[in-house]
Structures are given as C-alpha cells and as structure tokens.
Design a protein around this ligand. Structure first.
Ligand code: ADP
Ligand code: ZN
Ligand code: ZN
Length: 756
C-alpha cells in the first residue's frame, strides 16, 4: 500500500464485527498466512482503491478483531500517518514507536475473576463433586455487600476456590462470573515538593491572558520567549489549570525527565494525585503500562513526559493544550527511525486535536523564532524580566588565549586565574558554584610529544580521535582511551608507536577539570563537597538526583560537569557559573554550531542569580569576539537571532529552506561513494524542479564510524510542502529500493539536527 510506506492492504469481511481506524486486528501474513496482530491505520473506499489500481478480490481478508490492546485514538493514528509520511518511515516502525513495549507486552496486567451466585440457577441442582459443592456453598454464604467476590478473596476467606472449579460452576449455570483486567504497579514516587502559588508579574499575566484567549479557539501556535528564570513554568501551569477546569486534558512535554526533575516536581505538586500521568523511561515497565492505560481510559488530566509522550493515547476530542518546555532542546529529536522532532510532532498533534500549542524557551530554536517573527505561523509572547527577586547575572568574557600566555609553560591548566580566583572568592563567601565543560573524559588528544613525528591516536574503526579517560577513584590512576563513536576501549599506550617517545595527553575533559579543582581546593575535594556530573560519573538518574539533593542542602558546594548541569536547575545558592571552554560547541562542523553555543552559554549562565544576590558568570573562550558568545553575554537573543537568520537566508540553510539528509554506509570507501552517487542520480531523475536543490554525494564529517564509510546526500527545499512532495515522489518512484532500501545501510533524516 503505497499511501503508507510499509503498510499492508486487507479487506474487512461482512461477517466481521465493526472494524475502524485504530482498532487492533489479526491478519494473515505472507505465503503461510501466519496470524499476526496489526493496527488499522486507514479505511479506503473502492474509489481510493481504483485510484491505486487495486482490485478488491485480490486482497486477503482480516481474520478478526483483536482485543490485546485498546483501540488507539484516531487523532493519534493520524499523527502516526503524518510521521510515517513526513519523516519517510514505514508505518509499522512508526506504530511500534507509538505504543510502549510495556503496553504491547501487557506488563503488570492482572486479571481478576469476580464471582456471584447465578440469579436463576437450574432446578434441580446438578450433581456436584465435593470441591465444587464447597466452593458453591462458600459463594452462597458470602454477605450480599461483598458480592461479587474476587476468586482470590474467596480463596483467602474460606480456604476453597480454584478458577477451574469456579468456571465449571459457571458453565453449569450455578455461578455468574466476570473477568476484569487491571494493570497493577507500584505507585510512582510523588514530587516531594510543596506547591507555592505565586502572584503573576505583569509579563506573565499578559502572556496568560493572550494565550488564554485562544484556549477555546481551535488550533493556534504560541512561542513563549522568556529569559531563564522569567517564570515560564508558572505561565504553563496557569493555562493548564484553565484547560483542566474546562474538562480537557493537557499534554506537557519536557526535554528529558531525568535532567529536568524540578519542572516535573513542580507540575506534580500543582496537580497532585490521580490527575497527573507521567510517561518516561525511569518508570518500571508495569508503571509505564499503568500510566499509559490511565491516559487511554481518560483518567489523567495532565500528562507529562519526554519526547515520546507526544504519543500519549489521550482520547479523541479531549486534548485542550500542548506545552513544549525548552523547545530548543536537542533531545526532542529522535536519532533513529522514525527520526521525528518531538516539537514538530507536538505542533501537529495540537493541529489534529484542534487546540493551542505553547512552545517555551529562553533561547528558541531559530525555526521557532522564524515562525513567530517572520512567517506569522505562531504568536510571540515575551517575558522580558526575571521573576520577582531574581536578577540577571553579570557576565564576563575571559580571553583564555591571553590568560594562557601568562600562565607558566607546561601548566596547561584548564581554569585560568580570573575564573580560579572567582571560584575561591565565591566559595569562601559561602556561595555555590557550577562549572560547565561540555566534554567527557580526561583529555581529547593523545599524541606523540615530538612535532616532527606527528603521531596522533585515532580510532582504528572511526575517523575520529580517541579520548583519554581516567579510572574513577583517587588512587587508581589508570588511564584508558576510548572512542566516543564506536565505544572501542584500550589501555593508554605508554609510548608512541612510531618513535617510542612517551605519549602525552592534552586537551579538554571534565575529569581534568576535576583534577585541577582538586589541586586548587584539596579540602573541598576531600570532604566530597565537589562533584563531577557527567554520564560517566553518574550511574543513572538516581545518582544524579541524589547529587542534586546534596547540592540543594548545601552539602555540595561545587558542581562541575557537562550539559547535564546546564538544564533547568534552579538553586538559589548558586553565585557563580563558569564556562571552562565555550569553544567546544563552536568549532563543530555544523551550521548550527553558533546557535548551540548561544543556547548552551545562555542556559548555563541562567543557573545563577536565582537567589537574592545577583550572580556572576565567567566564560573562558579562545574566541572572545565570536558573536554567539558576545550576544549570549549581553543576554541578547534577538540580536543574535537576527544576525544568524540573515546568514541562514544568505546560504539557503534552515529555517530559510527545509533540509533532508540521507546517509549511506558501506564497509568499502569506494562502494559507499558509488551508493551515494547512485542515490543522488536517482533523486535528480525525480524532477526536483527549481525549488529543490540536491547536494552531494560528499563524505560525512565523520567519514567512517565502526568500520563503515559514510556518504551523504542533502536535499534543500523551498518549504516543508515542497520537501514533502518531492520525497513522496522519490519514494513512490522507487528511489529507495534495491541497494538503496531504507534501513541499515541507508538512513533518511528529514529536518536533521545533527550533521556529523
Ligand atoms: P523559567 O522556566 O522561565 O526559567 P521558572 O518558571 O523556573 O522560570 O521560574 C523561576 C523561579 O521564579 C521559580 O522558582 C518560580 O517559582 C519563581 N517564580 C515564577 N514566577 C514568579 C512570580 N510571579 N513571583 C515570584 N516568584 C516567581
Ligand atoms: Zn571508534
Ligand atoms: Zn612519535
């Protein structure tokens, strides 16, 4: 069925009970007609079939409806169809993403057998065995107010039971039985936060009123642009309450629950108890299943979750508001098929449900800014001031090249005198410190000290340098090298393989920052008041939350880590934020490098100044004049965005045009290039027209990962509609067939956010 990539066509026999979109059915598959479950994604009339050139008598009929899952809401199915078609992903894979595995497998499902005496038992009573008699007597002796009684309760109370016996008695017409399915799960943890109702400031009030006036008006799209700490969450929560009071549901998306525990806690504190459902990977499978069922049954009024919560099975016609917090966050984009963007899927979902969507950020994605300021597709609402009692930090840019020249040779320290001095001052004045370095490990260069030799250690399977890691723990100074692309790991080679000189390691890494800090503040390190936070140091979300708790109580004075600590944390004791090196993101070969740097610097800087005293932020950089860094230091998103959008216009890059990136992979270098050439040729043969540019093939920035060569072809189209129509034409015209079939070797990414 070409309308839905990967979909199959079946007929519905007249004898079959009503089958509709979203229903689960059993169908015969393949030559052996194996019975498999499926989901109805669409119903086509004879006209549509004729259009597709299909004759009805050649289609296999479905076997019957299946009740393994409740029917999916039609709005959700429509979203799935949009994702399959827009992101060019087989509908089966899309649907598999839609319903969590725990739900498909029915984890935690408990079936209870409820028993009561039959109202009209046969007379005379048939002959019964002794066990049957005992069970029947026990049911008849049960007080009326306890009926129907669950088979387990009966067994517990009377010592008799057994479902086989009960079922036999029901067959004999002596008992009535009913089975009830529930999902049992340990209660999820509460928020542990006390709700604090605040009085809205003028900006918040205006935003609530302006967006609030659209709540009954069908679909509308809003961008809530407010500096960090301007009280965006409070705006979402007020709107949410209005929607819930009007009897509708709210879908609230956050980047990653594990990294945004405070937002989650605030939402749960405002809407406690049964009203909220949380969908995220930190739950047990049974909990996830139960939360999903509660949403499907219409029991949850506010549904909170990360990217995939956009697929929450909210009953049709009940969704009243969709919120996407920190809408610029990279984690909204899924990096495997379907490669959908959670924000864009959320906008689509709101459109299908006919309700408003609110995107919020201090550093909106330029796509969203473009829509709010240039195309009129969404309404812009500004929160220009921080919430009462909060002030913007004073930001200072330190030219690290200059500082390094002043440091003694061989020192190669990562923390210069300006930042180091401020850390010491802040700590001795009782303040807390957050330090950001967006690179894990100890050092990112492993090389020969002799320039004439020039050996640099790279991964044998990837075109990428190896990263040096140090074993955790103070005593074991064991060093390893690891590839961050294929996870290969080796012991650090002690000498250069070419000239046998002692290997040196240099460059940046969070472990090295930790080492520098421990040298500067040994007492703090010994007392455990200084903690490194990155995915290597934190075993899981629980470790991270424990560290945050200890930071909140003041036991931890300094946090140093990757972007894990840049997001959404709100601690009044933080007086200083340091960015160890703002260049790490800036030097990426990606047209969004500037945008990312701006976001990262603004977000981490926003972590301070939340208490009564204004904070300070110090940014070390080798490029003190880079606009992304300058403008972030001036809290000037609008100035940055204007300049950046002008550049994107000039080079025809998103959001000025829509990009699609197709990567082909092969073990052989020339074979990969041949595949890329074939792909570009086929695409060019499908009438791209003047509004679609096809670029490539060219090797990807990382030309080889895990032994496979990577070549990319990009298409740039005038707008989303043009892009989508061209890709549909290419797909239906057979571009992605044979050696170019989408899958392991060929990956398509519509609106890509990562270009490595
Ligand atoms: P944002 O999401 O924009 O970064 P938050 O919603 O986290 O900002 O608000 C920052 C802090 O200010 C929070 O602790 C919040 O409780 C507080 N806050 C928000 N609005 C107000 C207000 N109107 N009055 C007082 N405090 C507020
Ligand atoms: Zn590798
Ligand atoms: Zn050498």
């Amino acid at each position: 069925m070409d309308r839905y990539p990967g979909g199959l066509l079946y007929s519905v026999p007249a004898t079959c009970e009503e089958v509709d979109i979203g229903h689960r059915v059993l169908v015969p598959l393949g030559r052996g007609n194996a019975e498999v479950p499926g989901t109805v994604v669409d119903r086509l009339g004879s006209e549509a079939l004729a259009e597709d050139g299909v004759t009805a008598d050649r289609i296999k009929p479905i076997i019957r409806r299946s009740d393994d899952l409740p029917a999916l809401p039609g709005e959700l199915l429509e979203l799935a169809r949009w994702i399959a078609s827009y992101y060019v992903c087989p509908i089966g894979i899309t649907l598999a993403n839609l319903v969590p595995a725990a739900v498909r497998k029915g984890v935690g499902t408990a079936t209870r057998l409820l028993i009561s005496p039959h109202p009209t038992p046969p007379d005379p009573r048939p002959r019964l065995g002794s066990k049957q008699r005992a069970v029947l007597d026990a049911v008849l002796a049960t007080p009326t107010e306890d009926l129907p009684i669950a088979s387990t309760d009966l067994a517990e109370r009377t010592g008799v039971g057994g479902t086989a016996t009960v079922r036999r008695l029901a067959e004999l017409g002596l008992l009535s039985i009913e089975t009830v399915t529930t999902v049992e799960a340990r209660a999820r943890a509460g928020s542990g936060l006390e709700d604090r109702e605040v009085e809205l400031n003028a900006g918040q009030q205006a935003a609530v009123e302006a967006i609030g006036s659209h709540l009954e008006g069908g679909f509308s799209s809003h961008l809530l642009f407010g500096v960090t700490g301007s009280g965006k969450t409070e705006v979402y929560l007020r709107l949410a309450r209005r929607v819930i009071e009007a009897g509708r549901r709210v879908l609230f998306l956050v980047p990653e629950i594990a990294l945004t525990p405070q937002t989650t806690a605030r939402v749960l504190a405002r809407f406690p108890g049964a009203a909220a459902a949380v969908l995220h990977s930190g739950l047990t499978a049974a909990q996830r299943h139960r939360e999903w069922r509660r949403v499907a049954d219409g029991d949850a009024t506010i549904i909170l979750g990360a990217r995939s919560a956009v697929f929450a099975p909210v009953p049709d016609g009940t969704l009243g508001l969709v919120v996407v917090d920190e809408e610029h966050d990279a984690s909204y984009k899924q990096d495997q098929a379907p490669r959908y963007h959670g924000r864009d899927a959320a906008i689509r979902r709101a459109q299908l449900a006919g309700c408003p969507v609110v995107l919020g950020s201090a550093t909106p994605a330029l796509e969203s800014w473009h829509n709010a300021t240039r195309t009129g597709r969404s309404h812009l609402h500004r929160l220009p001031e921080r919430a009462p009692g909060l002030s913007l930090p004073k930001i200072e840019i330190v030219d690290f090249a200059e500082e390094r020249r002043q440091l003694e040779r061989g020192g190669a320290r990562l923390i210069g005198p300006r930042l180091g001095g401020e850390i010491a001052r802040t700590l001795s004045a009782g303040g807390q410190v957050i330090l950001l370095l967006n690179r894990r490990g100890y050092a990112n260069y492993i090389a020969c000290p002799d320039h004439r030799c020039g050996w640099v250690m790279t991964c044998t399977d990837c075109d990428a340098g190896m990263i040096c890691h140090q074993a955790n723990g103070a005593i074991a100074r064991e060093r390893w090298v690891r590839c961050h692309h294929c996870d290969a790991q080796l012991r650090l080679p002690p000498t250069c393989p070419l000239c046998s000189k002692r290997t040196t390691v240099f460059g940046l890494g969070t472990q090295r920052v930790e080492e520098d800090l421990a040298r500067l503040h040994p007492d703090l390190a010994r007392a455990g008041a200084m903690v490194r936070v990155d995915s290597d140091a934190m075993g899981g979300a629980d470790d991270f939350h424990e560290v945050l708790d200890r930071f909140r109580t003041g036991e931890i004075r300094l946090l140093a880590g990757t972007q894990m600590i840049a997001k959404g944390l709100d601690f009044p004791g933080v007086r200083l934020v340091g960015v160890v090196n703002a260049d790490t993101a800036l030097n990426m070969p990606d047209f969004r490098a500037g945008e990312r740097t701006f976001q990262l610097v603004s977000q981490v800087v926003g972590r301070c100044g939340r208490g009564s005293t204004a904070g300070t932020a110090i940014i070390q950089t080798l490029q003190p004049d880079a606009p992304a860094i300058r403008r972030a230091a001036e809290h000037d998103f609008e100035g940055f965005a204007e300049r950046e959008l002008a550049d994107r216009d000039r080079f025809g890059l998103p959001p000025a045009r829509r990009m699609c990136r197709i990567v082909v992979r092969d073990g052989g270098e020339s074979a990969a290039m041949r595949l890329g050439t074939e792909l570009a040729d086929r695409l060019r043969a499908h009438d791209p027209g003047p509004d679609v540019e096809i670029r490539g093939p060219i090797p990807c920035s990382i030309a080889r990962i895990a032994g496979r060569y990577r070549v990319q072809v990009e298409t740039l189209a005038k707008d989303a509609g043009t892009a989508s129509r061209f890709l549909a034409r290419a797909r239906l015209g057979g571009v992605f067939t044979g050696p170019l079939a989408l899958g392991e070797a060929v990956a398509i990414d519509v609106d890509p956010t990562s270009l490595m």
